[in-house]
Design a binder for this molecule. Structure first.
Ligand SMILES: *Cc1c(COP(=O)(O)O)cnc(C)c1O
Length: 496
C-alpha cells in the first residue's frame, strides 16, 4: 500500500518515504488511498500487551516495515520510558473511564507519538537509502517542543532545534525545555509570539528548499509536526488498549460499542480514533471536545468551516487553534475525492471559509458528535471531578469531561464513554489549583507545590526538581535571524 497526497492521487510515496518527508510536495497530507486498504484483524490484538498491539497496528498502517523490524522499533521507543508498562492506563471516574495518556517522559500525551516518531524516522531513512543526518525543526507553544526533544534526544543520525516565543510559554514549560539534556538538542527563544516562531520555521524550510542551502552538507530538514503520518499512527494504539482494558475489567463484552471523547486541537488525536474505528474496533461516536476556540464544534454541526473569528487565549492552550490540519485527512478518506479536498483547502487559504457537501456532512454525523467548554466551565469541571470522584484532571481533560457530560445528556442511548486525558494536572497548576477552589497567586513552581500539598497527588518525576536543574540552552534571537541560526547550527558537527 502506497500513501498519496490528499490533494492529488498521482503523488504517491511508500509509507517510509511519507514518514521521512512529512508533507506531500503539493502541500497535501500523505494518506492511505482508502481505509479499506488497511487489512487488520482487530480481535487478534485485544489479548496482547501494549507493545504487541503497537507492533501489529503500526505494521498494518506503515507496511514499508516488517513486523520484526517494527517490534524492535516499538521496544526501543517505549521500554522503560513511561510510568507504567502498559503506557496508557485507564481509570474509572464516576460512570466514565479516563484514558491517561500523560504517563510519559514529559507528562503530555504527545509523548506517545513523539517517542515513536524518531524510531520510525531513522528506520525510514535507512529504507529509503538516505545518508543525510536529519535535522528536525519545530516551533512550539510549549508542549510539542519538549516532547519532541525528549523523543529525539541522543537518537543517532538526528538533531533537533526547537524555537519557542520568548516570554510566551509558562515558567514550567520554559524550564522543561531549557534544561533539556542530550548532545543533539538545541533550544532557542525567538523575540515575538508563537505565530512569529511558526512562520519563521516555515520560512526557513522554504528558503532552504528553494536555495538548496544545505545541499552537499549531509544534512536534511524534517518536521515533527502532527501532519506527519509517523506521528499519527502510534496514537491509534491507545484506543485499542482502552477497549481491551474495558473488556478485561468486565465493563463491556467483546464486540460491544464504546464512545470516546477527545480534547481536540489539530485533530490528530481524534483522527487516530477514527482510524481505530475503520480498522474494526467497535466504536460508536467520537466526541470532539473544543474550548472557546470552537471552530470545530460549528463545523461538525453545520459543515461550514470558518476560521474568521476571534482567537481566545484559554487555560487549555494546546487546543487554542483555528486551523485543524488533520481534518484534511478525514475529509479525503470520507469523500475519496482528492479534487474536492484540493478545492476546499484552496477556499480555506483564500477566504478562510469552506462548506462541505451534504452527503459528506451526513457521513461525519454518523461517526462524530461535538461540543465545547469555555474557561469558566473548565475550572468548574476540575472542581466537580475532584470533589465528587477524588480525581484531579488537567484543563484539557476537564474540557473533554464537560463535553462528555453534554454528550450523554443529549444522547441517552450512548455507549460507555472513555474520556482521553492529555496532560498531567501539574503542567497547568495555576488553573487546576483555582479549579479546586484555591487562589493561585505567585510563582508557578510554588503553585505546583501548593497543589501537591493540597491534593497529596505526587508531582511527576520530570516536573519535580525542575527548578534546580541546570539551564543548558540560553540563546535568544530576533525572528529575522532564524535562518542564519539554523544554517550555522547545521554547519556544526558537534553541538556539545
Ligand atoms: C496537542 C494537545 C491536544 C490536542 O491534540 P490534537 O491532536 O492536536 O487534536 C490536547 N491536549 C493536550 C494537552 C495537547 O498537548
Amino acid at each position: 500500500m502506497d500513501y498519496q497526497s490528499t490533494r492529488d492521487p498521482s503523488l504517491r510515496a511508500s509509507s517510509a518515504r511519507a514518514v521521512l518527508d512529512g508533507l506531500a510536495p503539493d502541500g497535501g497530507l500523505y494518506s492511505m488511498p482508502s481505509m479499506r486498504e488497511v487489512s487488520f484483524d482487530w480481535k487478534s490484538v485485544l489479548g496482547m500487551d501494549t507493545q504487541g498491539m503497537a507492533t501489529e497496528i503500526l505494521t498494518a498502517l506503515l507496511p514499508s516495515f516488517t513486523k520484526d523490524e517494527m517490534r524492535t522499533l516499538v521496544k526501543n521507543a517505549y521500554t522503560g520510558k513511561f510510568e507504567t508498562e502498559d503506557l496508557t492506563p485507564t481509570v474509572s471516574v464516576g460512570d466514565d473511564t479516563v484514558l491517561e495518556l500523560f504517563r510519559g517522559p514529559t507528562s503530555a500525551f504527545k509523548d506517545v507519538a513523539l517517542s515513536m516518531l524518531p524510531q520510525l524516522m531513522t528506520a525510514a531513512r535507512e529504507k529509503c537509502g538516505v545518508d543525510d543526518e536529519i535535522l528536525i525543526l519545530t516551533a512550539t507553544s510549549g508542549d510539542t517542543g519538549k516532547a519532541a526533544m525528549e523523543g529525539f534526544c541522543d537518537v543517532p543520525g538526528t538533531k533537533i532545534i526547537v524555537f519557542y516565543p520568548d516570554g510566551g510559554v509558562s515558567a514550567v514549560q520554559k524550564a522543561q525545555m531549557t534544561t533539556q539534556s542530550g548532545r543533539n538538542t538545541c533550544v532557542c527563544a525567538v523575540r515575538g509570539n508563537f505565530d512569529d516562531a511558526q512562520t519563521g520555521v516555515k520560512n526557513v524550510f522554504a528558503a532552504v528548499t528553494e536555495g538548496k542551502l544545505l545541499d552537499g552538507m549531509g544534512v536534511r530538514l524534517s518536521s515533527a509536526n502532527s501532519i506527519n503520518i509517523g506521528r499519527l499512527a502510534p496514537q491509534v494504539v491507545y484506543y485499542f488498549r482502552a477497549y481491551a482494558n474495558l473488556v478485561n475489567e468486565g465493563k463491556i463484552k467483546s464486540g460491544d460499542k464504546i464512545d470516546f471523547c477527545v480534547p481536540t486541537g489539530n485533530f490528530g488525536d481524534i483522527l487516530a480514533g477514527w482510524f481505530a474505528k475503520e480498522m474494526g474496533l467497535p466504536v460508536g461516536k467520537l466526541v470532539c471536545a473544543s474550548n472557546a476556540n470552537n471552530v470545530l464544534t460549528d463545523f461538525l454541526k453545520t459543515g461550514r468551516y470558518d476560521k474568521n473569528r476571534p482567537f481566545y487565549k484559554t487555560v487549555s492552550p494546546s487546543m487554542d487553534i483555528l486551523v485543524s490540519s488533520n481534518l484534511e485527512r478525514l475529509l479525503y478518506l470520507m469523500s475519496g475525492d482528492a479534487a474536492l479536498v484540493k478545492h476546499l483547502m484552496g477556499e480555506l487559504k483564500e477566504t478562510g471559509v469552506y462548506q462541505i457537501p451534504d452527503d459528506l456532512l451526513q457521513k461525519l454525523h454518523a461517526d462524530f458528535w461535538q461540543g465545547f467548554c469555555d474557561d469558566i466551565g473548565t475550572k468548574n469541571a476540575i472542581g466537580k471531578v475532584y470533589r465528587e470522584y477524588g480525581y484531579l484532571c488537567d484543563t484539557h481533560t476537564a474540557v473533554a469531561w464537560d463535553v462528555a457530560q453534554q454528550y450523554k445528556t443529549a444522547n441517552p442511548d450512548h455507549n460507555p464513554v472513555v474520556i482521553l486525558s492529555t496532560a498531567s494536572p501539574y503542567k497547568f497548576p495555576a488553573a487546576v489549583l483555582e479549579g479546586i477552589g484555591h487562589s493561585a497567586q505567585g510563582d508557578e513552581f510554588d503553585v505546583m507545590e501548593r497543589l501537591c500539598s493540597e491534593t497529596r497527588i505526587p508531582v511527576p518525576k520530570n516536573l519535580a526538581g525542575l527548578r534546580e536543574r541546570e539551564v543548558r540552552h540560553k540563546d535568544v534571537i530576533d525572528r529575522d535571524k532564524m535562518l542564519d541560526y539554523v544554517l550555522n547550527k547545521a554547519s556544526q558537527k558537534e553541538w556539545f
